[in-house]
Design a protein around this ligand. Structure first.
Ligand code: COA
Ligand code: AMP
Length: 629
């Protein structure tokens, strides 16, 4: 069956489609039906089932005789470390850590924050939590103490599992001081911490509160898998919204298992036992779904890569990893390829490697620009597949389903809607737009299994953020259009979210930080186009009158403040002091117009603008920073 038959088959009988997909999962108690709509618009999938995520990702493969198959390949060009963990070894590790957590009082429904670098123990920690029914929340290592504290207060974890450090090219990032700082800042205090000591940095431990990873579990009993209900959360992952308060996206256990398992063959064309590499970080949704869960649930091999596409040690690192570990498909963000292309434009380093094992390159996380796609196609000689999704969905909304049918690629489009997603383009009044017309991209409710049922502790915010704009639809926050063949084009965000090197960041959150500077009276942050990172943030600062400060000093302080409050991942390095911000007569800052000026795009003078002259001042300030570039 081709894509169209499968998609139409789902549309005709969604219940039948998902119950069939559910056969790929080992249930403690199988679901009697797929969709539970009694609490609509809070939909639940497979809710009367009982199941365990870790059992499906680990135990069942060992039980099926695949204990010797490699589950995790760890490759760290930054530290030189490499290792392999079989499913049998992984079972022992997750059962032991799970048992130790249980012995310290962590149980079903309790939260555990994981703040770890790209080491296999990060996956062990996630799976150990899932094993005992605890809900993990992984926090990306590039976030500062303040961001970690916000998540501690929202998730109220019983425990935190952290690494002593992360390793960035040229520097060791000590995590423990950040962790201690976050606990200090947070109102909620976790009961204890477990610290993985790495060779590069030994964290100081507080007696009776911080436990060293190995000692913590040395004598622990092995934990059995704890069955949870279908809609119980397996994890909460925080993502950026319009404000500095991140949204806790809940991942429901059963739908997550069913959907991810379905995608491995159908979207990525991977069979159990093959090697799948998602070059991302466990702190992001790509890392959750495709470094940790999906490959392991399917019984394939995943790669934990602690390095960068360039500079660790060179722009051939990706090719080395692919050849050495027999990678069948690589999934990364376009920015990684832009980084490689910039350093090695002719692809000279590719000639040193045999990449015949690699069949497909998948890109997601940000818009895949045609130059990057063509460069990858020309140099790799394999299909380059853009696909579109978000933290909220956990798996592809639109893709070219390589395991079903390799549809013609249209560069600039992540192809077509996946089964489960009825994607529509609406105008502001909620009317469906014809092919080719730009509008809000929405998905008809219910969203499919595995997507967010609501936000952690924030049902109202879930409704107001996603369901209130268009009755009966989930608002993706992206704008775009569909062509006559049903191919989607994702053009821009409709909110204050920007995408920096594939990392999702909130300009609203950054403005809150800048507003906290004592000399800043008013500010705005916009995302401007960047050749490497897709977008980078740029701040406009209006200073308090009489502050008497040197503009350059305030800018430098603001850059430091952002790094301290949000973290290096914000990549906030550009700011400029201006007298006034352009606004509408009702006082709304015209950020979109400023973006157009910075990117050198033509724009219409907003009819409601208060004082058009301010736009000239903004253009002048931007030109001093070299924009448009
Ligand atoms: N812990 C601590 N700091 C981190 C970090 C982590 N896990 N990840 C990134 N940072 C730091 C970086 O060191 C950098 O610090 P600096 O300002 O001192 O240089 C800063 O955060 C910004 O990081 P980034 O935007 O990633 O820029 P970069 O210059 O380090 O790397 C790329 C640029 C394109 C090479 C890199 O972004 C990349 O490999 N991207 C791949 C795509 C990807 O992983 N996307 C995730 C979603 S799929
Ligand atoms: P995140 O939640 O971090 O995965 O970010 C999701 C957002 O990234 C989406 O809402 C889009 O704005 C953007 N995005 C992800 N994938 C793509 C893609 N293939 N093309 C264009 N934008 C994308």
């Amino acid at each position: 069956m081709g894509y169209e038959d499968i998609y139409n088959g789902w549309k005709a009988d969604p219940e039948g489609f998902w119950m069939e997909a559910a056969k790929g999962i080992d249930w403690v108690k199988p679901p009697s039906k797929a969709l539970f709509a009694d609490k609509a618009p809070f939909y639940e999938w497979f809710n009367d089932a009982e199941v365990n995520t870790c059992f499906n990702a680990v135990d069942r493969h060992v039980n099926a005789g695949h204990g010797d198959r490699v589950a995790i390949i760890y490759d760290s060009p930054i530290t030189g470390a490499k290792s392999e963990t079989t499913f049998g070894e992984l079972l022992d590790q997750v059962a032991r850590l799970g048992g130790a957590l249980q012995a310290r009082g962590v149980g079903k429904g309790d939260r555990v924050i994981i703040y770890m670098p790209m080491v296999p123990e990060a996956l062990v920690a996630m799976l150990a939590c899932a094993r005992i029914g605890a809900i993990h929340s992984v926090v990306f290592g590039g976030f500062a103490a303040n961001e970690l504290a916000t998540r501690i207060d929202d998730a109220t974890p019983k425990a935190i599992i952290a690494g002593s450090c992360g390793v960035e090219p040229g520097r060791v990032v000590a995590y423990k001081p950040l962790l201690d700082g976050a606990i200090e800042l947070a109102i909620h205090k976790p009961d204890f911490c477990v610290i993985l000591q790495r060779d590069m940095e030994t964290a100081s431990l507080r007696e009776g509160y911080d436990f060293e990873w190995n000692a913590f579990q040395a004598d622990a009993p092995l934990a059995e898998c704890v069955a949870v209900k279908g809609n119980d959360p397996v994890y909460v992952l925080y993502t950026s919204g319009t404000t500095g308060q991140p949204k806790g996206v809940i991942r429901p256990t059963a739908g997550h298992l069913v959907a991810l398992n379905w995608t491995m063959k159908n979207v990525y064309d991977i069979e159990p036992g093959e090697v799948f590499w998602a070059a991302s970080d466990v702190g992001w949704v790509v890392g959750h779904s495709y470094i940790c869960y999906a490959p392991l649930i399917q019984g394939s091999t995943t790669i934990v890569f602690e390095g960068k596409p360039v500079g660790t040690p060179d722009a051939g690192t990706f090719w080395r990893v692919i050849e050495e570990h027999n990678v069948k498909a690589l999934f990364t963000a376009p920015t990684a390829f832009r980084a490689i292309k910039r350093v090695d434009p002719k692809g000279e380093l590719l000639k040193n490697y045999d990449l015949s094992c690699m069949k497909t390159l998948f890109l997601a996380g940000e818009r895949a620009d045609p130059d990057t796609i063509h460069w990858a196609e020309d140099h790799l000689g394999i299909p380059v597949i853009d696909h579109w999704w978000q933290t909220e969905t956990g798996w592809a909304i639109a893709a070219n389903p390589m395991g079903i049918e390799h549809l013609p690629v249209k560069v600039g489009s992540p192809s077509v809607a996946m089964p489960g997603y009825d994607v529509q383009i609406l105008d502001d009044a909620g009317h469906q737009l014809p092919a080719g017309e730009l509008g809000a991209i929405v998905v008809k409710l219910p969203l499919p299994p595995g997507t967010l049922p609501t936000l952690w502790n924030a049902d109202d915010r879930y409704l107001s953020s996603y369901l209130s704009a268009f009755d009966g639809f989930y608002e993706t926050g992206d704008a775009g259009y569909v062509d006559e063949d049903g191919y989607l084009y994702i053009m821009a965000r409709t909110d204050d979210v920007i995408n920096v090197a594939g990392h999702r960041l909130s300009t609203g959150g950054m403005e809150e930080v800048l507003a906290g500077h004592p000399d800043v009276a008013e500010c705005a942050v916009i995302g401007v186009a960047d050749k490497l990172k897709g977008q980078v943030p740029l701040g406009f600062l209006c200073l308090n009158s009489g502050a008497g400060r040197d503009a350059a000093d305030v800018v430098a302080e603001c850059v430091r403040l952002m790094r301290e409050k949000i973290g290096p991942v914000a990549a906030f390095k550009l700011a400029v002091v201006v007298d006034r911000l352009p606004k509408t007569r009702s006082g709304k800052i015209l950020r979109g117009t400023m973006v157009s000026i910075a990117d050198g795009k033509t724009y219409k003078m907003p009819a409601t603008i208060d004082d058009p002259v301010i736009l000239d001042e903004i253009a002048e300030a931007l030109s001093q920073l070299g924009y448009p570039g």
